[in-house]
Design a protein around this ligand. Sequence first.
Ligand code: ADP
Length: 474
Amino acid sequence: MDNAAKSVTLEPGLRDAIVALIGQLRLARDGNMPGQVRFNDEDPELKALAGLINDILGNVRSEVDHLQDVNRDLDALVRQRTAELEHAKTLAEIGSTQKSKFLAQMSHELRTPLNSIIGFAQLLLDSKKEHLSERQSKQVNHILHGGRHLLGLINDVLDLSMIETGKLDLNLEAVETESLISESIEMVRPLIDRDGLTFENRTDPDIELPGIKCDFLRAKQCLINLLNNACKYNTPGGTVWVETKAFKDDWVRITVGDTGIGIPEARQHELFRPFSRLGREETGIEGSGVGLLLTRLLLHAMGGMLDFDSDEGKGSMFWIDLPRTERPVSSETVLEMGPVEIEKRPQGVVLYIEDIASNVQLMRDMLGEYTDVQVLTAASAEEGIALALEQLPDLIIMDINLGGMNGIDATRYIKSVPSISNIPVFALTGDVQENTRARCEEAGVAAFFEKPIKVNAFIDAVCVVLDQRLGRFL
Ligand code: ADP
């Protein structure tokens, strides 16, 4: 057979047919609908060829038709799905804003009565004027204990929700590792002593630790949580230990260990489930089962990790890994303000602007217990400002969530009126959203206190202000 290429000269009719066919096939290739091929030729063979070509083109047409239908359907489906997703996203955004608002509101609503419960219970226990019987003391201690437990739970749930909605503000900075650890241990020292546990610092004393990049308060919250658990789930005479070391160039690992009851292997997978207590709810050990989850999420938010190892009956180890950084300036150079020793009871005039009667009573009792100040009260910002202008008090204590003008706007106003602008304003609020403090400070408050009030710190601050204003405690 001769396979050599041959030069063929096509007859004009056939050539036209091929050119027409190529043209239509190009159209089809480019996604267009091909037409029909016509020849002006009477040759029966060319007619048959044209028929064949048109059959083929017919098939191609119906294929293109079908593909265009599918395309249209897909397009409609994509549009429908996009619209549905956008709708769902909008709803989720509305939902998340509503949820944060709801939680902030809820936390305020819950903190207000808690403020009374914890504050009055503390006053009853601390009162030097009226002493409680031993039985009453025990009962009031239960109230205080329950109130603080509830407060911790509200704070944890609010934190979880802020993490979930991406609203958690973190102040990531270089933190001195030793300060972080020693301050956290100090917080659980009373628990260690109460339960007769031994504390061991297993950190190599010859190694200088690097700093940690984290939010100091949040990292402390995480460590305290682990240390608390190491105490709570310990056994009589047991040990709580901490070991800190730098590892893998970029990390600092803080391990909190205990020689306690441990966690059964079969239940370890439940450890980070919210409200899961792994059966410990029956032991009488207090808890709510959200601490570890919150600790892990807070660490993730700071670029860190939490992991653990546990042996039932022998003990547990939980370790925190956080990114290392340069050692910051030693905190020893920063002056610590200790509690003020009140030798003489301060005097002066304090204006308290608050719309909840039980809070007003609590403040009166609290100031009455520790000071000889005259307490003026106003149930709204507007009334409070009028009273401040008239009486020129030495200190204004301002609730933030007031009906009508709120406490932040009221502070801003006070700071803009020359005759009262120099009166210090203390903000007092149950709204612990991260930006409330910043907004209060920006408005010009001298100090910010969360409800429930920590009585000692608050009274110390009142004394300092009155001392500075009056230059004396009479
Ligand atoms: P809580 O202690 O409030 O119950 P956590 O979230 O801190 O909540 O811990 C969840 C559960 O994990 C605890 O209820 C307990 O069963 C277990 N657990 C946590 N830490 C330890 C520990 N150090 N030793 C033994 N069990 C622990």
